[in-house]
Design a protein around this ligand. Sequence first.
Ligand code: MG
Length: 398
Amino acid sequence: MPVVNLPKIKHVRAFTVRGGGADYHDQGAGHWIDDHIATPMARYPEYRQSRQSFGINVLGTLVVELEADDGTIGFAVTTGGEPAAFIVEKHLSRFLVGRSPADYEKIWDQMYFSTQYYGRKGLVVNAISGVDLALWDLLGKLRQEPVYHMLGGAVRDELQFYATGARPDIAKELGFIGGKLPLHHGPAEGIEGLHKNIADLAEMRSRCGDDFWLMLDCWMSLDIDYATRLAHRAWDECGLKWIEEALSPDDYWGYAQLKKNAPKGLLVTTGEHEATRWGFRMLMDMECCDIIQPDVGWCGGVTELMKIGAYADSKGVMMVPHGSSVYSYHFVITRHNSPFAEFLMMHPGPTEVVPMFAPQLLGEPVPVRGKIRASELDKPGFGVELNRDIALHRPYPN
Ligand SMILES: [Mg+2]
């Protein structure tokens, strides 16, 4: 049998889109995700009520589309908007055109090291992640295989989800295994804010019963003293399962201290704003947390997540990726140290299950009774198509 040569990449296109989707903070007024959520900017009263007020949705979604010379198209969505589109079209495309999508290791290496002088984390790695996910989607579509097959195959028959949103009580009714609440009050709101945080959590505990997992997402908003006090009260009074992203992602020393300070049994989690094997190695080598939570659309894509996940597995650390819909699902189903997954409840209430990246993806699977069967992922690539009825803007056509 001759070796099959895959078609080469012929066109690279980067689009921006507004209104939800991969930039899930880009929502209308009245959405739970923008309702007085604790942030590092909440020390300024004028930016306390709304994250959109300080610009959380300023970038919008990035869509990366790769077309092979046989006309097959792979694509992915992530955040990063117009500046990421510039990086993809003006810088990264040179490492893609004329190449085979099967060469994802070399392509990743060239994208990362060519941008290292201005990149390494954040926006640039969002852009790299978007390209990498589009490469895997194209590779799957060319090979007529789902991405999870190419990653080693399913180790479970189904994905099991916890729900992130303001209504864990409704998440429980919908069949999820747990509910993660946003923290509403940060250190600038003083002891009264701390009492309110505990009262909110206690109210949810009374609605959900003793055994349902309840978690708190602190979105980088706390200091070590506040996080320690919150962790102890939330554990003692409300049976909290984990405290997520309590501190700045740059404060590895703080996380290591928080993990020591936290009550035994309460899990410390973080990582959604961390990037690459090197960032996660810091978190794990410094014993910062019990669960790492990389976002595959932000940490470097699937190619980098494989390295991060393998290191976590060798260290005995659980990896539960942040949100990111199908791009996470195809990975989580293949790994024993990723035993469940996150589902972001993007309904404004949130009182019902809606597709996480709506309206950008067609065919996006959603949990039913908190689960998605592996067989629902049995479509080429990531198994979704780009919704071309929404307004795609290409700011930097080559
Ligand atoms: Mg989070």
